[in-house]
Design a binder for this molecule. Sequence first.
Ligand code: SF4
Length: 171
Amino acid sequence: MDFRDCRSMTVVLVPHCVLNQNSRLAGCAERPSAVHELVEGLMQRQIGIVQMPCPELMVLGLDRQHIQIRSGLESHPVRQAFRQWARELVYQIQQYRQCGVKVLGVLGKNGSPACGVEETWRLERGPGMGVFIEELKAALQEAGVELPLAGTMDAEPQAALGIVDKWQAGG
Ligand code: SF4
């Protein structure tokens, strides 16, 4: 099938809360709705935006407590659920690639117990991956899919766009 209609044939994966800050735990939303500079920058570049699930909302609910999040995510059943969602994302990635759509990479959210890439949260903020990103990385490896992952911050949308530009340039 030839998919070359008006679509850009390029997508990037983003954390759920980039498009919907209402998924954040109490006190942690940084914008009323979306990280609009990042979203608008991706749209200006004609990059499709794949919204990943919000792992914490799905397993701990919206009224979750910051201090209990990491331990809540580390349990075996939660990791199993994350691995399943990660496999579903990998399926989407494979479908895009099989049909010629360029999947640039995965943007995570640094500092998050679930979605951090270079920095996460255990008892405090520190280096390491969030639990969902760990499972996504494992699911990508399991499927033999190579894809870059990078952490971003809401306050640094231009840095996130710089990462995407590098990916698009093949760097
Ligand atoms: S768990 Fe991930 S998607 Fe959900 S609010 Fe935290 S960083 Fe955003």
